[in-house]
Design a protein around this ligand. Structure first.
Ligand code: F6P
Length: 498
């Protein structure tokens, strides 16, 4: 049953985008927000003053401000696991004791980085980072986005248990100059532990007498890392209350802090902190994560959109869509509310996307003329990342902006329907002034807080992920031969292993 607030939202029927622009000369300013060097343009979505008011009333009914404060105060907002979600404390916004603890753990990270730079672990040229999901996607994104001009360390992030992934890194790296970083919040993830064991063997076989001497662990379960063999002086813990997919701000960000420099890591935390403060203080209609979540819910609940696509118009952000897939789908891909009752409506849409302009020549056909309505998000950077002729960056940005304009405007063609474009297709654009650590921190924090707002308005807990457990358990049981599978699965196992 829909609450009265949802009824109002479900009845929203805004006119086409072009009419909205024609009717309101201030629309760009009304739906544009500037925070931390990022410009958010939500004007090409179907949000209207009426829609914003309807969502504001839902936000009130769902106690968004109370839940937001509970999040920042370090209350147990992750109700199904009975714990807080304190990623913001890592960037200075949270309960005082949690902020202090995060600061102390960051100081340990920094001390170890200084020691590595002084060659306390021998000369290091390569960083082999092993982790999966939230223990890999964040560091990978940061290093790929910001590390292109850094040449002190070569970094490989290996997540897949497929040995091909590890072999690729072994082929590139010298074992006598490699630092092995094992990242796992729980230190129980089977893929990570198997990859770590193989990497340790490779270090040993490659001529390191004491391979453990080159291992660092990043974890919320320090005892398990020590049990595995990592020296406790090289275990960098983080708080249990920092969720895996929200953990790049903690010691999980270690390889990024090492490869990009401590100053960059700190700037990233500061940028995220600035976004947190904006999220905490700005009124709903001027609040970037809140307004974006309103639009998200408009498209899923009113228009029945099942996916949302993000296109990074900047090669440095090519890993952003896969980072967002875990953040959004693992957080909000749920069917029950925090209290266990069915949500009774669509939750997270499928997050997908790619890189512009490549994607224009692959998937944009469907965006412009297909039968699915897909809200699109463009992420672009005003300042070029390359040193080539200006033409490259100019063309890149003009393509980005033209796509949003074309999706909205469309073009009629009664004589030739195959060449007609329906238009009225929504997009939002985030334009980043300069892609530095501060801006990237703010961008990622924006996505985190927007995910939180979506969850609060739907009444779900974004901080657990029980959905991934069943498959893990069955794979384990299959390995131990202890499970009767269905006929198809048994047949596949027999074919693969005989
Ligand atoms: O399988 C899901 C998950 O638990 C993610 O939430 C997490 O980021 C990933 O596995 C890795 O977990 P860990 O850091 O404990 O190895």
């Amino acid at each position: 049953m829909s609450s009265p607030d949802w009824h109002v939202i479900e009845a929203l029927d805004p006119p086409p985008l072009q009419t909205l622009f024609a009717e309101d000369p201030d629309r760009v300013a009304r739906f544009g927000i500037d925070v931390a060097g990022l410009h958010f343009d939500w004007s090409k979505t179907h949000l209207t003053a009426e829609a914003v008011a309807a969502f504001e009333s839902l936000a009130k009914a769902q106690d968004l401000s109370g839940k937001r404060e509970a999040l920042f105060r370090g209350e147990a907002v992750n109700v199904t696991e009975g714990r807080a979600a304190e990623h913001s404390a890592e960037r200075g916004e949270g309960a005082e004791d949690s902020v202090t603890r995060a600061g102390l753990l960051h100081a340990r990270m920094r001390a170890l980085i200084d020691a590595i730079e002084m060659e306390a672990l021998g000369p290091i040229a390569h960083i082999l980072h092993i982790g999966i999901g939230g223990s890999a996607l964040g560091p990978d994104l940061l290093i790929d986005a910001l590390g292109r001009d850094e040449d002190r360390y070569e970094v490989a992030v290996v997540s897949n248990v497929d040995g091909c992934a590890l072999e690729e890194a072994f082929a590139r790296f010298d074992p006598t100059a490699t630092l092995l970083v094992i990242a796992s919040k729980t230190f129980t993830t089977t893929e990570t532990l198997l990859n770590a064991t193989s990497a340790l063997d490779w270090l040993r076989d490659g001529g390191n007498e004491d391979p453990y001497g080159r291992v660092i662990a990043l974890t919320a379960a320090p005892d398990k890392a020590v049990e595995w063999g990592v020296d406790e002086t090289r275990v960098l813990p983080f708080a249990e209350s920092v969720g895996g997919r929200y953990s790049l701000w903690s010691s999980i960000g270690f390889p990024a802090a090492l490869a990009l420099g401590w100053a960059a890591f700190e700037e990233m935390l500061e940028g995220a902190g600035e976004m947190d403060r904006h999220f905490r203080l700005a009124a709903a209609h001027e609040n970037a994560p809140v307004l974006a979540a309103f639009a998200d819910l408009f498209y899923t609940q009113v228009k029945g959109c099942e996916t949302r696509a993000t296109f990074a118009y900047d090669e440095r952000l090519r890993l952003l869509p896969s980072y967002l897939q875990q953040l959004e789908m693992e957080s909000n891909g749920k069917s029950v509310r925090s209290d266990g009752r069915p949500v009774g409506r669509a939750t997270a849409p499928i997050t997908w996307g790619g890189v512009g302009t490549d994607a224009q020549h692959a998937v944009f056909q469907l965006l412009h003329q297909g039968t699915h309505l897909i809200p699109v998000e463009f992420v672009a950077v005003a300042e070029p990342g390359d040193a080539l002729d200006d033409d490259h960056h100019r063309q890149l940005l003009l393509n980005c902006f033209a796509q949003g304009a074309a999706l909205m405007a469309g073009r009629a063609n009664d004589a030739d329907p195959a060449r007609a474009y329906p238009g009225n297709r929504p997009s939002a654009t985030i334009l980043i002034e300069t892609l530095d650590a501060r801006a990237l921190g703010a961008l990622i924090a924006f996505y985190e807080q927007r995910t939180f707002v979506n969850a609060v308005l739907l009444g779900i807990n974004p901080f657990d992920q029980f959905g991934v457990e069943l498959g893990k358990e069955m794979a384990k049981a299959a390995g131990q031969g202890g499970l009767d599978f269905d006929a198809s699965t048994t047949d596949l196992i027999m074919r693969a292993f005989g």
